[in-house]
Design a protein around this ligand. Structure first.
Ligand SMILES: [Zn+2]
Ligand SMILES: [Zn+2]
Length: 154
């Protein structure tokens, strides 16, 4: 059986932030690797967003510098650079294609439409997760499936 669509993990390989560090709200994708908490409005970035915004301010930075400033691993920075995931200054050739629908894109991994539907899906999943956690546990950001659900200390 061909498994073309990978199931959505709450965090993909770019370490997409899902839950706000400050208030525990859901982080909603706003574009180019940036996410905004729907409750308190604070922004966070995934690995792509971190590297991208660093590169905007520091054109020509090397992998070591980027990594120590952003905390993103050398390996994933190299991978993103290799795949030209960042908008190139002189973009003559649209050599990137959306991973999902194959349309030409300038940066990132998916076209805007596919990127958004991907993130809407993750967000929805996170909301459902959270609802479940809140009703069952009160708080538990990682939501291990409840073996201890009704354990009580005597
Ligand atoms: Zn928040
Ligand atoms: Zn697409």
């Amino acid at each position: 059986m061909a498994e073309k669509m990978r199931s959505f993990n709450l965090s993909d390989e770019l370490n997409r932030p899902v839950i706000c560090q400050k208030c525990g709200g859901i982080l909603v994708y706003t574009g180019l690797g940036e996410f905004k908490c729907e409750e308190c409005g604070s922004s966070e970035f995934d690995d792509y967003g971190k590297v991208r915004s660093y590169l905007e301010k520091h054109r020509g930075a090397n992998v070591g510098e980027i990594s120590s400033e952003t905390g993103v691993s050398h390996k994933s920075i190299r991978q993103m650079l290799k795949e030209n995931r960042f908008e190139v200054i002189d973009n003559k050739a649209g050599y990137l294609r959306c991973e999902v629908c194959g349309v030409d894109i300038k940066s990132g991994r998916r076209c805007r439409k596919c990127e958004e539907s991907y993130h809407r899906n993750v967000e929805q999943q996170a909301r459902n997760e959270r609802k479940r956690e809140f009703t069952v546990y009160g708080e538990n950001p990682h939501g291990d499936k409840g073996t201890k659900r009704f354990t009580r200390e005597e």
